[in-house]
Design a binder for this molecule. Structure first.
Ligand SMILES: *[C@@H]1O[C@H](CO)[C@@H](O)[C@H](O)[C@H]1NC(C)=O
Ligand SMILES: *[C@@H]1O[C@H](CO)[C@@H](O)[C@H](O)[C@H]1NC(C)=O
Ligand SMILES: *[C@@H]1O[C@H](CO)[C@@H](O)[C@H](O)[C@H]1NC(C)=O
Ligand SMILES: *[C@@H]1O[C@H](CO)[C@@H](O)[C@H](O)[C@H]1NC(C)=O
Ligand SMILES: *[C@@H]1O[C@H](CO)[C@@H](O)[C@H](O)[C@H]1NC(C)=O
Ligand SMILES: *[C@@H]1O[C@H](CO)[C@@H](O)[C@H](O)[C@H]1NC(C)=O
Ligand SMILES: *[C@@H]1O[C@H](CO)[C@@H](O)[C@H](O)[C@H]1NC(C)=O
Ligand SMILES: *[C@@H]1O[C@H](CO)[C@@H](O)[C@H](O)[C@H]1NC(C)=O
Ligand SMILES: *[C@@H]1O[C@H](CO)[C@@H](O)[C@H](O)[C@H]1NC(C)=O
Length: 471
């Protein structure tokens, strides 16, 4: 194909490049003017490939034509070609060796060819420098295990929206892969060796498959993984060491599965995790300490589950959680959630916690529920006689005192967080005991609480003294 200009290609490139491009620009395509020209043949109604391409071409765009078939060496020899797009055609067969002669190709796009259901082992022969391959939205059921034997440099593989029933064995050991897109296939399991040897992987998308089995240590080689989508699968349980080794993970999406329990061990290695999605499952139970090593967590999505209660111990020790999503759960708003209500009021990081029970508060938001205290302890709404409740729920001095503390604490925290300093650290106070309020802010605020308590007590006394004198 390129023969007619191959002699010219041997001459000094700068002198001839532009001329070569213009001369060999295929009919019904246009070619840009620069030295390494782009050949634009998209939406040209082509049913067959042009007979030749300019051998200086660095990019060829053949998107949205009616190409059906690629013969061996379909593009001839194009040593400068870096990028080739065949998206949105009607390709059903690719002859082995079709891309031979494109030895410097970096990117090959063949997405949206709905009749590609089969690829020969030697389909990509000769593409030794390929970095990015897009086979999305084709009709692939599997690919041969050795199909990428020459593509060891590949960094990005896009295969979303196909019919894979398992993770292609071909990716095993591809140590330079950084991004894998396998969403919207029919994958059913992640075996212990499915993702072996992918030590550079930073992004893995397995969402919207049918995964219901994950083996222990299935991800242990993914030591650089940062973003991991496992949402909208069929997971109802996972083994205790399913996520072992994912120590660089920043985002994990487990939403839209059928999980019932959250195991204490799943997130134990994820000290850098910032965002965790567990929404749209059927969670009834979160094991104590499940989040204990999530020291970087900023956002936690627990909405749309079957949670009725959330013991404070689940969150202990809690770090600086920024957002906690809890809506669409059948919350039982009894004294067990008193701490959460206080937390809501103090930090505004949580909102929208609709109560499903007890009946006396059903339909209210937790923020509207008043927990009366009797003799200093919280009394569950269910146990109160509603008609007399209103008279018993007179705000006591103690209640006002508590709310004052949380207001002051909130202000203090804002200042602390805003400046990122630990200004309250050097107070000459004894180590405070772990109390309810301090637990809510992960220990950092404990000393602040203590000093505020002292301060507030003094302030109240002064106020009372002042009042009694005034009257
Ligand atoms: C695409 O290819 C398939 C099978 O090869 C054929 O049935 C179909 O008519 C083709 N569609 C177009 C638009 O050419
Ligand atoms: C990965 O890429 C580096 C250069 O980026 C290269 O030296 C190495 O050989 C590649 N690995 C493989 C298996 O090709
Ligand atoms: C979930 O946890 C509960 C209580 O800890 C236990 O009885 C149940 O067997 C667990 N279910 C699963 C599916 O692990
Ligand atoms: C938290 O990390 C520590 C230290 O790495 C480890 O010993 C512990 O088992 C982890 N906790 C969980 C729940 O995995
Ligand atoms: C969760 O609640 C839904 C209805 O809200 C129910 O259909 C489902 O069975 C519950 N799941 C569990 C594990 O209780
Ligand atoms: C409060 O304590 C007193 C005496 O200790 C007791 O008689 C009373 O019943 C208690 N009230 C409630 C609501 O528990
Ligand atoms: C609740 O109060 C009403 C009216 O004051 C009274 O008739 C009823 O017996 C009380 N119920 C209980 C359980 O104390
Ligand atoms: C904290 O930041 C506020 C403004 O954000 C500033 O006015 C104040 O001086 C800072 N305090 C310290 C100790 O840096
Ligand atoms: C706080 O204490 C540390 C050692 O305990 C000391 O080095 C530091 O200067 C103190 N900071 C302030 C602001 O007093």
């Amino acid at each position: 194909r390129c023969l007619s200009v191959s002699v010219l290609c041997l001459l000094p490139q700068s002198a001839l490049a532009r001329w070569a491009c213009v001369r060999a620009c295929p009919p019904s395509c246009s070619c840009t003017q620069e030295k390494s020209c782009s050949v634009l043949c998209d939406r040209a109604g082509l049913a067959e490939l042009p007979r030749e391409f300019p051998c200086e071409a660095s990019a060829i765009n053949l998107e949205k034509n009616r190409l059906k078939f690629l013969s061996e060496r379909a593009f001839g020899t194009l040593p400068s070609l870096k990028s080739l797009s065949l998206d949105h055609n009607n390709i059903s067969f690719i002859t082995p060796g079709a891309f031979k002669g494109l030895s410097n190709l970096l990117e090959l796009k063949m997405a949206h060819n709905e009749y590609i259901s089969y690829l020969h082992t030697r389909t990509f022969t000769g593409l030794k420098k390929l970095l990015r391959l897009d086979l999305s939205d084709c009709n692939l059921f599997s690919i041969p295990d050795r199909i990428f034997i020459e593509q060891t440099a590949m960094t990005e593989l896009l295969c979303f929206q196909n019919n894979f029933r398992r993770i292609p064995g071909a990716i095993r050991g591809m140590e330079n892969l950084t991004h894998i897109y396998l969403e919207r296939n029919k994958i059913e399991a992640v075996a212990y060796n499915s993702l072996q040897g992918l030590g550079s992987l930073r992004y893995l998308n397995l969402q919207e498959n049918r995964i219901n089995v994950i083996h222990d240590n299935a991800f242990q080689d993914l030591v650089r993984l940062e973003n991991f989508y496992l949402n909208d699968n069929l997971l109802s349980n996972m083994p205790r060491l399913a996520f072992r080794g994912l120590s660089r993970l920043k985002m994990l999406n487990l939403g839209g599965n059928q999980l019932i329990n959250v195991s204490k061990t799943w997130f134990g290695d994820m000290a850098e995790l910032e965002v965790l999605y567990l929404d749209r499952n059927q969670l009834l139970n979160i094991e104590e300490g499940a989040f204990e090593n999530l020291t970087s967590l900023i956002t936690l999505h627990l909405n749309s589950n079957n949670l009725t209660t959330l013991p404070l111990s689940v969150f202990q020790p809690i770090y600086f959680l920024g957002h906690l999503y809890l809506f669409k759960n059948p919350w039982e708003c009894d004294c067990g959630l008193d701490w959460l209500k206080q937390w809501m009021e103090s930090y505004k990081l949580v909102r929208d916690i609709p109560c499903a029970s007890p009946s006396s508060v059903a339909g209210l938001d937790l923020s509207q529920v008043v927990f009366p205290t009797a003799n200093g302890t919280c009394v569950d709404p269910a146990e109160l006689n509603l008609t007399t409740a209103s008279s018993e729920v007179q705000p006591t001095t103690e209640n006002r005192f508590n709310s004052l503390i949380s207001k002051l604490l909130q202000q203090e925290l804002r200042e602390e967080m805003g400046n990122g300093t630990e200004s309250a650290r050097n107070a000459t106070l004894p180590e405070p005991e772990e109390g309810q309020l301090s637990a809510g802010v992960g220990g950092r605020g404990t000393q602040a609480v203590q000093s505020l308590l002292c301060f507030t007590v003094t302030w109240l006394f002064c106020g009372l003294f002042h009042l009694s004198h005034a009257s």
